[in-house]
Design a protein around this ligand. Structure first.
Ligand SMILES: [Zn+2]
Length: 380
């Protein structure tokens, strides 16, 4: 469900009210939540509960905010959200979701049901969901059933980069994939005159943010992954996390999505690829989007080279899938069922999309052959 669309000619921009990021930010949650209310219901990924609870206690007590904390290990289903919402303490002013995704989406779902504000605290940076209104709802078998929306964005997003730095690095790689596409998707949506996720035409700010997000990722994210591998949280890490969580979220909600995200629907339907992270699907989908848009080989190879440097998949095989005609037909036909596929300058046919996937696969194969024949003189 998308909020009621703004009238023709109306442009709109909406965002999380406050975004806080840095090492140790979690310990400041009480300070930044001051003014939202005096009673919080906190949902934390179960495995983090023991580590997080003492920090919350100190911080919320100092800010005179009462809270009840509960561990969450369930799938994000309508049934889970309704069940936990019924167990919520009476009189809560806001819900807090702390975790890798499930707790955040369950917290958003409960906030929506109870019509209260939500605070998000991501513990990995694998996508931009924490700043957005979107709630991904699944069934018991982890099949996506619906993406529903909060009425308003989270009132506070708090990103502790010390916590993010402790997560396995492939999560940040996936986040880079999810964010990398926004520059191209916002351009495509704008060219198509599409409606954004906020229900209107984008203001110029979305394209400006998306371009800035892309520039930061291209210039900083390789260094960021190296820093994290060396146990350092430096400027490159902070810039990359900001691009992945904040800038990417601002860009897609206010600028619109396109083929790169539509392709996630196709890739989720294919054995092997279905288990990979959202941002990995988006990254491959972006290569296909460039091929559909008629970008030249050099532009596609340039992006793919960068994607390899940040450990993102560039082929169906690297996503764990086959590249048979049957698989290509499934990926393409499912992709065309996604609403974002309309946000392209020209209507997309099944044959054109299959041709684009084949072109990406062939380009990557040729590139890997030429790389194999050439001694590498540097390593990233
Ligand atoms: Zn995404």
């Amino acid at each position: 469900m998308i909020a009621a669309e703004a009238g023709p000619g109306i442009r709109l921009f909406a965002t999380a009210a406050r975004y806080v990021q840095g090492p140790g930010a979690l310990a400041e949650i009480g300070k930044h939540a001051t003014g939202i209310g005096t009673m919080a219901f906190v949902l934390v990924d179960s495995y983090l509960l023991d580590r997080v609870a003492p920090v919350l206690k100190t911080s919320f007590e100092a800010a005179s905010i009462d809270f009840v904390c509960q561990g969450v290990a369930s799938e994000v289903t309508d049934a889970t959200i309704s069940l936990i919402a019924r167990e919520a303490p009476v009189g809560i002013d806001f819900v807090v979701g702390i975790g890798g995704g499930k707790s955040i989406d369950i917290a958003k779902g409960i906030a929506r049901q109870l019509d209260v504000e939500v605070v998000t605290v991501p513990t990995i940076a694998s996508n931009d969901s924490p700043v957005s209104r979107a709630i991904a709802i699944y069934d018991e078998h982890h099949q996506l059933t619906e993406v529903t929306q909060l009425k308003r964005n989270p009132v506070l997003v708090l990103v502790d980069t010390e916590v993010i730095a402790n997560a396995p690095p492939h999560f940040l790689s996936a986040g880079i994939g999810d964010a990398l596409s926004k520059h191209f998707e916002v351009q495509a949506c704008s060219a198509a005159g599409g409606i954004t996720m906020q229900g209107g035409r984008g203001l110029r700010i979305a394209a400006i943010v998306a371009a800035g997000c892309y520039e930061i990722l291209r210039s900083q994210s390789v260094a960021a992954l190296l820093s994290l591998a060396n146990g350092q949280i430096d400027g490159a890490v902070e810039d990359t996390v900001e691009a992945v969580v904040l800038l990417s979220g601002l860009a897609f909600e206010n600028g619109g999505l396109s083929l790169a995200h539509a392709a996630t629907r196709g890739l989720m339907a294919v054995s092997g690829a279905s288990k990979r992270l959202h941002g990995e699907h988006v990254a491959y989908g972006l290569l296909v989007q460039l091929a559909v848009m008629g970008d030249n080989d050099d532009a596609i190879l340039d992006l793919a080279g960068f994607m390899s440097d940040v450990q993102l998949p560039c082929t169906l095989a690297e996503l764990g899938a086959d590249s048979t005609d049957e698989v290509l037909q499934i990926v393409a036909s499912r992709t065309l069922t996604a609403p974002h596929v309309k946000n392209l300058p020209a209507p997309l046919s099944l044959d054109t999309l299959v041709d684009a996937i084949e072109r990406v696969e062939a380009l990557m194969k040729a590139a890997s052959h030429s790389r194999a024949e050439r001694p590498r003189n540097h390593s990233l």
